[in-house]
Design a protein around this ligand. Structure first.
Ligand SMILES: [Fe+2]
Ligand SMILES: [Fe+2]
Length: 133
């Protein structure tokens, strides 16, 4: 069973954003499976890199939307994005350095962060867009 079940509650009502969010969920689940089954090191490093790349592109897209709309919660939303990027970087460095990363805790942390972020910061941002587009 996947770690992070897609939930209707994650939907923000903008197709491109919901599709991006689904990809992020799938990548976390794939990473979770690889870590759990001690997959080859190269595969795990590649999966982390793939996740990081998708996350940075998605965040850049949302931040451009916020700037173009003078969004009132830009700073707090962007700070939440940055905190996750910093955290993923730390996890990747710890893992590459073999400093005892707990794979369950790692993917659970990503799960918690995304499910919260989708339903709070992203829900507010994208639901507001319905009224202006
Ligand atoms: Fe966001
Ligand atoms: Fe998002």
């Amino acid at each position: 069973m996947p770690l992070l079940q897609w939930d209707q509650a994650f939907l923000v009502g903008v197709d491109k954003i919901d599709a991006d969010h689904r990809v992020l969920v799938e990548l976390i689940n794939e990473l979770h499976e690889q870590l759990k089954h001690s997959a080859p090191r190269t595969g795990i490093i590649n999966r982390f890199a793939e996740l990081y790349s998708h996350v940075t592109k998605h965040f850049a897209h949302e931040e451009a939307i916020m700037r173009s709309r003078n969004y009132d919660q830009y700073e707090v939303h962007q700070a939440d994005h940055q905190s996750l990027l910093d955290e993923i970087t730390t996890i990747m460095c710890d893992w590459e350095g073999n400093s005892g990363v707990n794979s369950e805790a790692t993917t659970k942390r990503l799960y918690d962060w995304f499910s919260q972020h989708f339903q709070t910061h992203d829900a507010r941002l994208h639901k507001l867009r319905e009224f202006v587009e």
